[in-house]
Design a protein around this ligand. Structure first.
Ligand SMILES: Nc1ncnc2c1ncn2[C@@H]1O[C@H](COP(=O)(O)OP(=O)(O)OP(=O)(O)O)[C@@H](O)[C@H]1O
Length: 553
């Protein structure tokens, strides 16, 4: 215990430096080659792989990611003089797509746009869209925006696979704005479905910024909003665009609180997760309620396994498919690192070691369960770090408050579960720690994708124990695909069997609890707790029945 306290005592934060760090929360077009501090801290006795297992130390402040690697998906953030004149030939289109690492397949593919101005000139976008984009600091479309928007304007079904933080949200929101603006106002005409309430709220906020100064009405489907529309059906006619989670929308459909018969655009954000068991039935119900024969469906995600694409094809008409960069890879601006920690206890040692040496907040720490999130929070709260924990057992108000605090820089470390792995856009996150090894490649890509967004540099560290070692190759593959340096011997590791991967996805690896309390004490605590609970239950049984014969607790 004292040993851990000792490790934690050095945790100090330089407020001035932190203020400087959070300035990157502001939108920026330029890749900032900030100093990326790599703290290579595996205690020697725990360094299973010795020096081989470490990435090359990087303490430079200029070429953390070589400029050449920033071509393609990240090139939009590097100021470059582009020719914005219309395309003259198919060859020119091909060369442009290649330069921005956009692969597009399908029939009759519309040309990409080179600039937001081209949306007005060639696709009749309203000038207010351009004005609002300028106000928000968006000057050049990102590769996914260049190609996805014209496809949507041509009302084609779309499957878009682009890296985390590459601007997929703006891609689908701009398409929606163009569509709804030109139509008669008869209620909801566009619906965006996203897997979590946090993400839906973020998308809705983004939408409100884009529609500022216009009469377009957007609705974030919440319980009170649904109840209001149930009480007063005339309200439904007033809204144009709906942003929602699947479950909330299905409730509203079942209670006849919404009318989706005029919906012409349906966006499934984080589509691969929405098309998985658990959400799929809800998505089916939503599709059935969007009864217009003219329905256009778009799927967006940073990960799109082929099985999901096949399933998606069954609900789409002649879709066009976009892949930006390498399919199902992590963003290239993230420096990824794997750290062997021996056993569970090694993780806390490693984390405290890093805190002691100093790191660059804001930092997100992912664990595999709510219980573990609570445990880790209890360990870190006494470290003098500004830390919070977020998971689905916290109330919505608490969750909103925590997210707000993390965005504003009041929180330095946020411990979270898978709830925060997808879509959430914290621009300035410097570091993601996978305290618990992710349960799938997709989870890894999305988790680490909370850093290195919009062309910024980021760092991701994944701890692993002996129990995780059989799955290591899945992460090694992602690292290699996204241009990270991986030692040859790691590449020689065996891929886990399909069945094992499935098993891991269903249930995480069993782990000892996160605690610095010796196991013996923990057992005693548990035993004491059991005795208390048994005596409570006994008392409860012995209580006389009251009133109608029901015992009150
Ligand atoms: N054209 C642009 N120029 C500059 N910044 C942009 C542009 N488009 C989007 N961004 C910014 O990039 C960041 C990431 O965008 P967004 O959240 O849409 O990423 P995403 O591709 O949906 O990521 P994820 O897969 O993690 O959900 C946001 O902060 C957004 O404001």
């Amino acid at each position: 215990m004292d040993f851990f306290k000792l490790l934690g005592t050095g945790a100090k934060f330089d407020k001035a430096r932190f203020k400087e760090d959070i300035s990157v929360f502001k939108p920026s077009r330029r890749v900032k080659h900030e100093t990326v501090e790599v703290v290579d801290t595996v205690p020697k006795e725990l360094d299973f792989f010795g020096d081989h297992g470490r990435q090359k130390q990087r303490k430079d402040n200029t070429t953390a990611v070589p400029a050449t690697q920033l071509s393609g998906s990240a090139s939009r953030y590097v100021e470059e003089e582009e020719d914005h004149s219309p395309f003259q030939s198919a060859e020119e289109v091909g060369a442009y797509l290649k330069r921005h690492r956009i692969k597009v397949t399908g029939s009759d593919i519309p040309h990409p746009v080179k600039s937001f101005e081209m949306l007005c000139k060639e696709h009749n976008f309203q000038p207010f869209v351009l004005r609002n984009l300028q106000k928000l600091g968006f000057k050049q479309p990102t590769p996914v925006q260049m190609q996805a928007i014209p496809i949507a304007v041509h009302r084609r079904d779309l499957i878009a696979n682009a890296p985390t933080g590459s601007g997929k949200t703006l891609a689908f929101l701009l398409s929606i704005l163009h569509q709804v603006h030109t139509e008669e106002r008869v209620g909801y005409r566009a619906v965006v479905v996203s897997p979590t309430r946090e993400l839906a709220t973020q998308i809705h906020d983004h939408l409100r910024n884009l529609t500022a100064g216009r009469k377009l009405k957007t609705c974030l489907m919440t319980k009170p909003n649904a109840a209001m529309q149930a009480q007063d059906p005339s309200m439904r006619q007033k809204f144009d665009i709906l942003v929602t989670t699947p479950l909330r929308l299905v409730h509203a459909i079942q209670n006849s609180e919404v009318d989706l018969s005029h919906v012409r655009t349906l966006i499934l954000d984080e589509a691969d997760t929405l098309m998985e068991k658990g959400f799929l039935e809800q998505v089916d119900e939503i599709l059935a309620a969007c009864s217009s024969s003219n329905l256009q469906i778009s799927l967006f995600s940073a990960t799109m396994p082929s099985s999901i694409e096949q399933m998606a094809n069954t609900i789409m008409k002649d879709p066009i498919r976009i892949i930006v960069g390498t399919q199902n890879a992590a963003t290239e601006t993230i420096d990824q690192k794997l750290v062997f920690v021996g056993q569970e206890t090694g993780k806390l040692i490693e984390l405290r070691n890093m805190i002691t040496k100093g790191f660059k907040p804001p930092c997100l720490i992912f664990v595999q369960s709510i219980e573990r999130a609570k445990e880790l929070f209890h360990e870190l709260i006494f470290e003098g770090i500004n830390v919070e924990v977020i998971h689905s057992e916290r109330t919505q108000t608490q969750r909103n408050r925590i997210i707000q605090k993390f965005r504003s820089g009041d929180l330095w470390v946020l411990i979270c579960t898978e709830l925060m792995a997808r879509g959430i856009d914290f621009k300035g996150v410097n570091l993601v720690i996978n305290y618990d090894f992710p349960q799938s490649t997709q989870s890894y890509i999305h988790r680490i994708g909370r850093t290195g967004r919009a062309g910024r540099l980021g760092k991701a560290i994944t701890y692993f124990t002996k129990e995780d070692a059989p799955y290591l190759k899945t992460i090694v593959n992602v690292m290699r695909e996204s241009g990270c340096e991986v030692p040859e011997w790691m590449l020689q590791l065996k891929n886990p069997k399909k069945n094992d991967k499935k098993k891991l996805k269903k249930a995480p690896v069993e782990r000892d609890s996160i605690s610095t309390t010796p196991k013996y004490d923990l057992k005693r605590q548990k035993h004491r707790q059991q005795i208390i609970e048994q005596s409570k239950a006994k008392k409860h049984k012995e209580q006389p029945a009251i009133g109608n014969g029901t015992a009150q607790t």
